[in-house]
Design a protein around this ligand. Structure first.
Ligand code: OVM
Length: 407
Protein backbone atom coordinates (compact mmCIF):
# COMPACT_ATOMS: atom_id res chain seq x y z
CA UNK A 1 0.00 0.00 0.00
CA UNK A 2 1.53 3.28 -1.12
CA UNK A 3 1.33 6.13 1.41
CA UNK A 4 1.66 9.64 0.08
CA UNK A 5 1.89 12.44 2.67
CA UNK A 6 0.45 10.08 5.27
CA UNK A 7 -2.61 8.84 3.38
CA UNK A 8 -3.28 5.89 1.09
CA UNK A 9 -3.02 6.91 -2.55
CA UNK A 10 -6.12 5.91 -4.50
CA UNK A 11 -6.26 5.18 -8.23
CA UNK A 12 -8.05 7.67 -10.44
CA UNK A 13 -11.78 6.79 -10.49
CA UNK A 14 -13.22 6.18 -14.00
CA UNK A 15 -14.25 9.36 -15.78
CA UNK A 16 -12.18 11.69 -13.57
CA UNK A 17 -9.51 13.81 -15.19
CA UNK A 18 -5.96 13.18 -14.02
CA UNK A 19 -4.19 16.44 -13.20
CA UNK A 20 -0.55 16.84 -12.19
CA UNK A 21 -0.92 20.32 -10.67
CA UNK A 22 0.34 20.95 -7.13
CA UNK A 23 -2.30 22.99 -5.26
CA UNK A 24 0.34 23.50 -2.54
CA UNK A 25 2.81 25.17 -4.91
CA UNK A 26 3.54 28.63 -3.45
CA UNK A 27 2.90 30.24 -6.85
CA UNK A 28 -0.56 28.63 -7.01
CA UNK A 29 -1.25 29.69 -3.43
CA UNK A 30 -0.20 33.30 -4.02
CA UNK A 31 -2.60 33.68 -6.94
CA UNK A 32 -5.10 30.84 -6.87
CA UNK A 33 -7.84 32.08 -9.22
CA UNK A 34 -6.57 30.29 -12.34
CA UNK A 35 -6.30 27.06 -10.32
CA UNK A 36 -9.83 27.59 -8.98
CA UNK A 37 -11.27 28.14 -12.47
CA UNK A 38 -9.46 25.16 -14.02
CA UNK A 39 -10.51 22.92 -11.13
CA UNK A 40 -14.19 23.81 -11.68
CA UNK A 41 -13.86 23.43 -15.46
CA UNK A 42 -12.45 19.91 -15.28
CA UNK A 43 -15.53 18.36 -13.69
CA UNK A 44 -17.06 17.68 -10.29
CA UNK A 45 -13.78 16.05 -9.20
CA UNK A 46 -10.22 15.88 -10.45
CA UNK A 47 -7.58 13.32 -9.54
CA UNK A 48 -4.44 14.98 -8.17
CA UNK A 49 -1.86 12.48 -9.43
CA UNK A 50 0.92 13.96 -7.32
CA UNK A 51 -0.99 13.16 -4.12
CA UNK A 52 -3.13 10.17 -5.16
CA UNK A 53 -6.28 11.98 -4.04
CA UNK A 54 -9.35 13.83 -5.31
CA UNK A 55 -10.15 17.53 -5.31
CA UNK A 56 -13.42 19.37 -5.88
CA UNK A 57 -14.20 23.04 -6.44
CA UNK A 58 -17.69 23.28 -7.90
CA UNK A 59 -20.17 24.66 -5.39
CA UNK A 60 -22.61 21.73 -5.24
CA UNK A 61 -20.11 18.90 -4.81
CA UNK A 62 -17.83 20.89 -2.51
CA UNK A 63 -20.79 21.63 -0.28
CA UNK A 64 -21.96 18.01 -0.40
CA UNK A 65 -18.61 16.49 0.52
CA UNK A 66 -17.77 19.14 3.08
CA UNK A 67 -21.04 18.90 4.98
CA UNK A 68 -21.80 15.14 4.83
CA UNK A 69 -20.09 14.20 8.07
CA UNK A 70 -21.18 10.57 7.99
CA UNK A 71 -19.70 9.66 4.60
CA UNK A 72 -16.82 12.15 4.63
CA UNK A 73 -15.31 12.13 8.07
CA UNK A 74 -13.12 14.60 9.92
CA UNK A 75 -11.74 12.10 12.45
CA UNK A 76 -9.13 10.91 9.95
CA UNK A 77 -7.78 14.47 9.73
CA UNK A 78 -8.76 17.46 7.59
CA UNK A 79 -5.34 17.70 5.97
CA UNK A 80 -3.37 15.25 3.85
CA UNK A 81 -2.56 12.83 6.67
CA UNK A 82 -4.99 9.99 7.40
CA UNK A 83 -4.91 9.71 11.20
CA UNK A 84 -5.72 5.98 10.87
CA UNK A 85 -2.40 5.49 9.10
CA UNK A 86 -0.07 8.23 10.30
CA UNK A 87 0.15 10.16 13.57
CA UNK A 88 -0.57 13.87 13.64
CA UNK A 89 1.92 16.44 14.94
CA UNK A 90 -0.21 17.22 18.01
CA UNK A 91 -3.01 15.39 19.83
CA UNK A 92 -6.04 15.75 17.53
CA UNK A 93 -8.51 18.55 18.14
CA UNK A 94 -11.55 17.15 19.96
CA UNK A 95 -13.88 19.33 17.88
CA UNK A 96 -12.28 19.74 14.42
CA UNK A 97 -10.78 16.28 14.02
CA UNK A 98 -13.62 14.17 15.40
CA UNK A 99 -17.00 12.81 14.28
CA UNK A 100 -20.35 12.37 15.99
CA UNK A 101 -21.25 11.37 18.60
CA UNK A 102 -18.08 12.59 20.39
CA UNK A 103 -18.11 15.80 18.37
CA UNK A 104 -21.42 17.00 19.85
CA UNK A 105 -20.25 17.36 23.44
CA UNK A 106 -17.21 19.44 22.51
CA UNK A 107 -19.17 21.52 20.03
CA UNK A 108 -21.85 22.34 22.62
CA UNK A 109 -19.26 23.48 25.16
CA UNK A 110 -17.71 25.79 22.56
CA UNK A 111 -21.12 27.06 21.43
CA UNK A 112 -21.93 28.14 24.97
CA UNK A 113 -18.62 30.00 25.29
CA UNK A 114 -19.07 31.69 21.89
CA UNK A 115 -22.84 32.24 22.11
CA UNK A 116 -24.51 35.26 20.50
CA UNK A 117 -25.08 36.62 24.01
CA UNK A 118 -21.41 36.23 24.98
CA UNK A 119 -20.35 37.90 21.72
CA UNK A 120 -22.91 40.71 22.13
CA UNK A 121 -21.29 41.58 25.45
CA UNK A 122 -17.98 42.14 23.64
CA UNK A 123 -19.29 44.37 20.85
CA UNK A 124 -18.83 47.76 22.52
CA UNK A 125 -15.26 46.98 23.54
CA UNK A 126 -14.48 45.78 19.98
CA UNK A 127 -15.83 49.03 18.56
CA UNK A 128 -13.87 51.18 21.01
CA UNK A 129 -10.71 49.23 20.18
CA UNK A 130 -11.26 49.49 16.40
CA UNK A 131 -11.96 53.23 16.59
CA UNK A 132 -8.88 53.81 18.77
CA UNK A 133 -6.64 51.75 16.49
CA UNK A 134 -7.74 53.65 13.38
CA UNK A 135 -7.38 57.02 15.13
CA UNK A 136 -3.82 56.07 15.96
CA UNK A 137 -2.84 54.49 12.63
CA UNK A 138 -4.24 57.29 10.53
CA UNK A 139 -1.64 59.65 12.01
CA UNK A 140 0.89 57.89 9.75
CA UNK A 141 -0.99 57.68 6.46
CA UNK A 142 1.44 55.30 4.73
CA UNK A 143 1.23 51.89 6.33
CA UNK A 144 1.88 48.23 5.81
CA UNK A 145 -1.66 47.17 6.66
CA UNK A 146 -1.03 43.52 7.52
CA UNK A 147 1.09 44.36 10.54
CA UNK A 148 -0.41 47.80 11.33
CA UNK A 149 -4.07 46.73 11.19
CA UNK A 150 -4.86 43.14 10.21
CA UNK A 151 -2.59 41.56 12.82
CA UNK A 152 -2.96 44.27 15.42
CA UNK A 153 -6.75 44.39 15.72
CA UNK A 154 -7.55 40.69 16.38
CA UNK A 155 -4.49 40.25 18.60
CA UNK A 156 -5.71 43.22 20.65
CA UNK A 157 -9.35 42.21 21.12
CA UNK A 158 -9.25 38.40 20.94
CA UNK A 159 -6.96 37.70 23.93
CA UNK A 160 -9.09 40.09 26.02
CA UNK A 161 -12.33 38.41 24.94
CA UNK A 162 -10.84 35.01 25.75
CA UNK A 163 -9.42 36.23 29.06
CA UNK A 164 -5.81 35.26 28.38
CA UNK A 165 -3.69 36.62 31.21
CA UNK A 166 -0.29 35.95 29.64
CA UNK A 167 -0.51 37.14 26.06
CA UNK A 168 2.16 36.97 23.42
CA UNK A 169 0.64 38.16 20.13
CA UNK A 170 3.38 36.70 17.97
CA UNK A 171 3.07 33.29 19.63
CA UNK A 172 -0.66 33.26 18.82
CA UNK A 173 -0.01 34.18 15.18
CA UNK A 174 2.83 31.70 14.76
CA UNK A 175 0.83 28.88 16.35
CA UNK A 176 -2.05 29.52 13.93
CA UNK A 177 0.44 29.33 11.08
CA UNK A 178 1.60 25.92 12.35
CA UNK A 179 -1.94 24.59 12.72
CA UNK A 180 -3.04 25.58 9.21
CA UNK A 181 0.20 24.82 7.37
CA UNK A 182 0.34 21.39 9.03
CA UNK A 183 -2.74 20.42 6.99
CA UNK A 184 -0.65 20.38 3.81
CA UNK A 185 2.17 18.19 2.55
CA UNK A 186 5.65 18.16 4.06
CA UNK A 187 6.72 21.08 1.84
CA UNK A 188 8.92 24.10 2.46
CA UNK A 189 5.96 26.15 3.75
CA UNK A 190 5.02 23.51 6.31
CA UNK A 191 8.59 22.99 7.44
CA UNK A 192 9.16 26.74 7.88
CA UNK A 193 6.01 27.06 10.01
CA UNK A 194 6.94 24.02 12.11
CA UNK A 195 10.51 25.16 12.71
CA UNK A 196 9.48 27.14 15.82
CA UNK A 197 7.31 24.39 17.33
CA UNK A 198 9.74 23.81 20.19
CA UNK A 199 9.18 27.26 21.69
CA UNK A 200 5.59 27.82 20.67
CA UNK A 201 3.83 24.59 21.66
CA UNK A 202 4.72 24.78 25.38
CA UNK A 203 3.80 28.47 25.49
CA UNK A 204 0.39 27.77 23.93
CA UNK A 205 -0.12 24.90 26.37
CA UNK A 206 0.57 27.33 29.23
CA UNK A 207 -1.92 29.87 27.83
CA UNK A 208 -4.59 27.13 27.89
CA UNK A 209 -4.20 26.41 31.60
CA UNK A 210 -6.96 27.44 33.98
CA UNK A 211 -4.46 29.33 36.15
CA UNK A 212 -3.60 31.60 33.22
CA UNK A 213 -7.20 32.58 32.39
CA UNK A 214 -9.29 35.49 33.66
CA UNK A 215 -12.42 34.44 35.59
CA UNK A 216 -14.82 36.29 33.27
CA UNK A 217 -13.41 35.48 29.80
CA UNK A 218 -14.76 33.12 27.17
CA UNK A 219 -11.99 30.58 27.81
CA UNK A 220 -13.03 30.25 31.45
CA UNK A 221 -16.57 29.44 30.28
CA UNK A 222 -15.03 26.26 28.85
CA UNK A 223 -13.55 25.36 32.23
CA UNK A 224 -16.94 26.06 33.83
CA UNK A 225 -18.34 23.31 31.58
CA UNK A 226 -15.73 21.05 33.18
CA UNK A 227 -16.81 22.19 36.66
CA UNK A 228 -20.39 21.33 35.71
CA UNK A 229 -19.28 17.84 34.70
CA UNK A 230 -20.14 18.28 31.00
CA UNK A 231 -16.53 17.74 29.90
CA UNK A 232 -13.31 16.73 31.65
CA UNK A 233 -10.63 19.16 32.78
CA UNK A 234 -8.34 17.77 30.04
CA UNK A 235 -11.03 18.29 27.41
CA UNK A 236 -11.46 21.89 28.59
CA UNK A 237 -7.74 22.50 28.02
CA UNK A 238 -7.97 21.04 24.51
CA UNK A 239 -11.02 23.18 23.69
CA UNK A 240 -9.21 26.33 24.80
CA UNK A 241 -6.39 25.16 22.52
CA UNK A 242 -8.98 25.00 19.69
CA UNK A 243 -10.01 28.60 20.38
CA UNK A 244 -6.39 29.72 20.17
CA UNK A 245 -5.75 27.56 17.08
CA UNK A 246 -8.66 28.79 15.02
CA UNK A 247 -9.33 32.26 16.40
CA UNK A 248 -6.37 34.42 15.39
CA UNK A 249 -4.91 33.78 11.92
CA UNK A 250 -8.41 33.38 10.50
CA UNK A 251 -9.62 36.79 11.63
CA UNK A 252 -6.25 38.41 10.85
CA UNK A 253 -6.65 37.06 7.31
CA UNK A 254 -10.30 38.10 7.07
CA UNK A 255 -9.54 41.69 8.08
CA UNK A 256 -6.44 41.94 5.89
CA UNK A 257 -8.36 40.53 2.93
CA UNK A 258 -11.20 43.01 3.54
CA UNK A 259 -8.70 45.88 3.38
CA UNK A 260 -7.33 44.44 0.14
CA UNK A 261 -10.82 44.11 -1.38
CA UNK A 262 -11.74 47.67 -0.43
CA UNK A 263 -8.42 49.10 -1.62
CA UNK A 264 -8.88 47.35 -4.99
CA UNK A 265 -12.52 48.44 -5.32
CA UNK A 266 -12.81 52.13 -4.37
CA UNK A 267 -16.44 52.25 -5.53
CA UNK A 268 -17.25 49.59 -2.93
CA UNK A 269 -15.40 51.53 -0.23
CA UNK A 270 -17.41 54.62 -1.22
CA UNK A 271 -20.60 52.58 -0.84
CA UNK A 272 -19.46 51.44 2.61
CA UNK A 273 -18.62 54.99 3.67
CA UNK A 274 -22.04 56.17 2.50
CA UNK A 275 -23.70 53.43 4.53
CA UNK A 276 -21.47 52.12 7.36
CA UNK A 277 -24.14 49.59 8.32
CA UNK A 278 -23.01 47.68 5.22
CA UNK A 279 -19.92 46.69 7.26
CA UNK A 280 -21.48 43.33 8.19
CA UNK A 281 -22.23 42.37 4.60
CA UNK A 282 -18.93 43.79 3.36
CA UNK A 283 -17.11 41.44 5.72
CA UNK A 284 -19.27 38.53 4.58
CA UNK A 285 -18.59 39.31 0.93
CA UNK A 286 -14.87 39.42 1.75
CA UNK A 287 -15.20 35.89 3.12
CA UNK A 288 -16.87 34.72 -0.09
CA UNK A 289 -14.58 36.64 -2.42
CA UNK A 290 -11.24 35.73 -0.80
CA UNK A 291 -11.96 32.56 1.25
CA UNK A 292 -9.49 33.11 4.13
CA UNK A 293 -9.66 29.36 4.75
CA UNK A 294 -9.14 28.22 1.17
CA UNK A 295 -9.29 24.42 1.47
CA UNK A 296 -9.70 21.61 3.99
CA UNK A 297 -9.84 17.86 3.30
CA UNK A 298 -12.33 15.18 4.21
CA UNK A 299 -11.76 11.40 4.12
CA UNK A 300 -14.23 8.90 2.60
CA UNK A 301 -15.03 6.45 5.38
CA UNK A 302 -16.55 3.84 3.01
CA UNK A 303 -16.88 3.30 -0.72
CA UNK A 304 -19.38 5.84 -2.01
CA UNK A 305 -20.37 7.97 -4.99
CA UNK A 306 -20.84 11.68 -5.62
CA UNK A 307 -21.99 13.16 -8.94
CA UNK A 308 -21.60 9.72 -10.52
CA UNK A 309 -17.95 9.44 -9.43
CA UNK A 310 -16.95 6.31 -7.50
CA UNK A 311 -14.99 7.30 -4.39
CA UNK A 312 -13.16 4.50 -2.56
CA UNK A 313 -12.84 4.13 1.21
CA UNK A 314 -9.82 6.02 2.51
CA UNK A 315 -9.80 8.56 -0.31
CA UNK A 316 -8.73 12.04 0.71
CA UNK A 317 -10.74 14.79 -0.95
CA UNK A 318 -9.41 18.34 -1.05
CA UNK A 319 -12.50 20.55 -0.77
CA UNK A 320 -11.46 23.83 -2.35
CA UNK A 321 -13.76 26.31 -0.63
CA UNK A 322 -12.13 29.21 -2.45
CA UNK A 323 -13.16 27.72 -5.82
CA UNK A 324 -16.73 26.97 -4.70
CA UNK A 325 -17.13 30.53 -3.41
CA UNK A 326 -16.30 31.88 -6.88
CA UNK A 327 -18.33 29.32 -8.89
CA UNK A 328 -20.18 31.25 -11.64
CA UNK A 329 -22.81 28.47 -11.55
CA UNK A 330 -23.69 29.58 -8.04
CA UNK A 331 -22.98 33.32 -7.95
CA UNK A 332 -24.00 36.03 -10.37
CA UNK A 333 -20.90 38.01 -11.41
CA UNK A 334 -18.98 35.64 -9.17
CA UNK A 335 -15.67 37.42 -9.70
CA UNK A 336 -17.02 40.84 -8.71
CA UNK A 337 -16.57 42.11 -5.15
CA UNK A 338 -20.00 43.54 -4.31
CA UNK A 339 -20.73 44.49 -0.70
CA UNK A 340 -24.47 44.61 -1.35
CA UNK A 341 -24.87 41.11 -2.79
CA UNK A 342 -26.81 38.29 -1.12
CA UNK A 343 -23.90 36.27 0.11
CA UNK A 344 -25.69 33.65 2.22
CA UNK A 345 -24.61 30.11 1.45
CA UNK A 346 -20.92 30.80 0.91
CA UNK A 347 -18.62 28.08 2.20
CA UNK A 348 -15.90 30.24 3.74
CA UNK A 349 -17.07 29.23 7.22
CA UNK A 350 -17.83 25.67 6.15
CA UNK A 351 -21.25 24.02 6.23
CA UNK A 352 -22.93 21.44 8.42
CA UNK A 353 -21.98 20.30 11.91
CA UNK A 354 -18.37 21.45 11.60
CA UNK A 355 -19.16 24.96 10.33
CA UNK A 356 -17.12 27.61 12.12
CA UNK A 357 -18.19 27.67 15.78
CA UNK A 358 -16.53 31.08 16.25
CA UNK A 359 -18.35 32.76 13.40
CA UNK A 360 -20.32 35.17 15.60
CA UNK A 361 -17.11 36.35 17.22
CA UNK A 362 -15.27 36.59 13.89
CA UNK A 363 -18.11 38.62 12.37
CA UNK A 364 -18.22 40.93 15.40
CA UNK A 365 -14.50 41.66 14.91
CA UNK A 366 -14.87 42.21 11.17
CA UNK A 367 -17.90 44.41 11.59
CA UNK A 368 -16.34 46.61 14.28
CA UNK A 369 -13.22 47.03 12.19
CA UNK A 370 -14.99 47.88 8.93
CA UNK A 371 -17.42 50.21 10.67
CA UNK A 372 -14.50 52.18 12.12
CA UNK A 373 -12.80 52.20 8.72
CA UNK A 374 -15.97 53.51 7.04
CA UNK A 375 -16.29 56.41 9.49
CA UNK A 376 -12.64 57.41 9.85
CA UNK A 377 -11.12 56.91 6.41
CA UNK A 378 -12.06 58.81 3.25
CA UNK A 379 -9.90 56.91 0.78
CA UNK A 380 -7.70 53.80 0.70
CA UNK A 381 -4.94 53.87 -1.91
CA UNK A 382 -2.55 51.02 -2.66
CA UNK A 383 1.03 52.36 -2.62
CA UNK A 384 2.62 49.14 -3.93
CA UNK A 385 1.55 45.66 -5.04
CA UNK A 386 -0.02 43.50 -2.36
CA UNK A 387 2.00 40.34 -1.61
CA UNK A 388 0.21 37.11 -0.70
CA UNK A 389 1.76 34.62 1.71
CA UNK A 390 1.86 30.93 0.75
CA UNK A 391 -0.11 28.81 3.22
CA UNK A 392 -1.28 25.20 2.99
CA UNK A 393 -4.87 25.86 4.05
CA UNK A 394 -5.43 29.61 3.98
CA UNK A 395 -5.17 32.58 1.62
CA UNK A 396 -3.53 35.30 3.71
CA UNK A 397 -1.69 38.47 2.77
CA UNK A 398 1.97 38.90 3.59
CA UNK A 399 2.19 42.64 2.89
CA UNK A 400 -0.43 45.23 2.01
CA UNK A 401 1.10 48.70 1.48
CA UNK A 402 -1.62 51.35 1.70
CA UNK A 403 -2.15 55.06 2.16
CA UNK A 404 -5.14 55.91 4.33
CA UNK A 405 -6.61 59.36 3.72
CA UNK A 406 -8.51 60.57 6.83
CA UNK A 407 -12.21 61.38 6.61
C1 OVM B 1 -8.98 23.22 16.35
C2 OVM B 1 -9.24 23.95 15.07
C3 OVM B 1 -10.54 24.26 14.72
C4 OVM B 1 -10.82 24.89 13.50
C5 OVM B 1 -9.79 25.20 12.67
C6 OVM B 1 -8.51 24.89 13.03
C7 OVM B 1 -7.03 24.18 11.38
C8 OVM B 1 -8.23 24.27 14.24
O1 OVM B 1 -9.92 22.73 16.95
O2 OVM B 1 -7.81 23.13 16.76
O3 OVM B 1 -7.51 25.18 12.19
Amino acid sequence: MALIEGHRAIDAPPGVEIWDIDPYDPDVQRSPSAFYAALRAKGPFVYLSRYGMLACGRYAETREVFSDHSRFVSSRGVGLQDFQLDSPWRPPSIVLEVDPPEHGKARRALMRALSPKAVAEMRDSFQIAADALLDEVIETPEIEAVSALAETFPTTVFPKAMGLLTVDRQVLIDYGSMVFNALGPDNETRRAAMAHAGDIVPRIAAQCERANLAPNGMAMTIYKAADAGDITEGEAGLLVRSLLSAGVDTTVTGIGNALWCLSQNPDQFDALRAEPSLATNAFEETLRYTSPVSAFCRTANADTEVAGVAIPEGAKILCVLGAANLDPGQWENADRFDITRKVAGHLALGAGIHSCVGQNLARAEGQAFLSALARKVARIEPTAEAVWRPNNAMHPLDRLPLRLIPA
